[in-house]
Design a protein around this ligand. Structure first.
Ligand code: C2E
Ligand code: MG
Ligand code: MG
Ligand code: MG
Length: 278
């Protein structure tokens, strides 16, 4: 088992562990270079109003154009980046890049497209995360309302005492706060009602099981109702077919995101997607 130091030192070996550790070290070294070589890119996935179909936002999703392995999704490298604190630099790059794109879209006359950015727990636990956000907004010359921050339930439940104050500080900058992958974590509902939040994003595992699965039906509908009761917005991720869209819209789910609407796309392709839709 790895020691708490976070270094690649092991108390004992299990089959495959040495290979895994070695692969992680290679990946770590490549990740450091990737930042300086500008190999990261943000893709944007559209989010639309469930009733009107109008664009309401875009989620920024990180991609790595690896020199040999091609385009990599976050699942292939985020865990390693987190273990080696690289995620702080990478996360900061994501924020600045999203801010840059947001300003650009605004200047090019695209309808206001708030960009949702995923945060890692490492970033959120920074002492000065609200200070970092303030700098990113000031440097990018954009109001907080143009960005949305996506946090997971775990991030809200860790270090409970500090979270409400931080969320208030972020919202005071105009930023809005979404809970990502909602329903898969362990949020205390009592705690949830006390937090200054804006939106719940229903995890795609529930949406994927609609409309056939009774359990998914019950949970998804309950999340929509709970959000409404708490005065929060609610959106669904991973919407893949018309039956899912209809069901979610009929319950009053506010936003939809998923393959049925559009895949994650590079910025230029996102613009053509939007133009074709209009
Ligand atoms: P997420 O924030 O829950 O993002 C949604 C994921 O679902 C994305 O995967 C998206 O491509 C995928 N998706 C969207 N619609 C559909 C659909 O209809 N069907 C299916 N099968 N999948 C769909 P992606 O881009 O691979 O990202 C995976 C996760 O990596 C994200 O989950 C997020 O937790 C994390 N991530 C992505 N970008 C960043 C980032 O910049 N920073 C941090 N810290 N995490 C990120
Ligand atoms: Mg997300
Ligand atoms: Mg999600
Ligand atoms: Mg996720």
């Amino acid at each position: 088992r790895a020691k708490a130091s976070g270094r690649a030192t092991y108390e004992f070996f299990e089959p495959g562990m040495a290979e895994k550790a070695y692969a992680d070290l290679v990946l770590e070294a490549e990740l450091v270079q990737a930042l300086t070589r500008d190999e990261f890119q943000l893709f944007y996935q559209p989010q639309v109003d469930a009733r009107s179909g109008a664009l309401v936002g875009a989620e920024a999703l990180l991609r790595w154009q690896h020199p040999e392995r091609g385009l990599l999704s976050p699942d292939a490298f985020i865990a390693v980046a987190e273990r080696h604190r690289l995620m702080l630099a990478l996360g900061e790059w994501v924020l600045r890049e999203a801010a840059r794109q947001s300003r650009l879209w605004h200047e090019n006359g695209l309808a206001p497209v708030p960009i949702a950015v995923n945060l890692s727990s490492m970033q959120f636990r920074l002492d000065s995360f609200d200070g970092l956000m303030a700098r990113v907004l000031a440097e990018g010359q954009l109001p907080g309302a143009w960005l949305e921050l996506e946090l997971t339930e775990r991030m809200l439940m860790d270090d409970i005492s500090a979270v409400p104050e931080l969320l208030h500080a972020l919202r005071a900058q105009g930023l809005s706060i979404s809970v990502d992958d909602f329903g898969t974590g362990y949020t205390s509902l009592a705690h949830l009602t006390q937090l200054p939040l804006d939106k719940l994003k229903i995890d795609q595992s529930f949406v994927a099981a609609l409309p056939g699965d009774r359990g998914a039906l019950a949970v998804t509908r309950a999340i929509v109702q709970m959000a409404q009761g708490l005065g929060l917005k609610v959106s669904a991720e991973g919407v893949r077919n018309e039956a899912q869209r209809e069901l979610l819209a009929s319950w009053g789910c506010d936003g939809l995101q998923g393959e049925l609407i559009g895949p994650p796309m590079p910025a230029a392709q996102f613009e053509s997607w939007l133009a074709a839709r209009r």
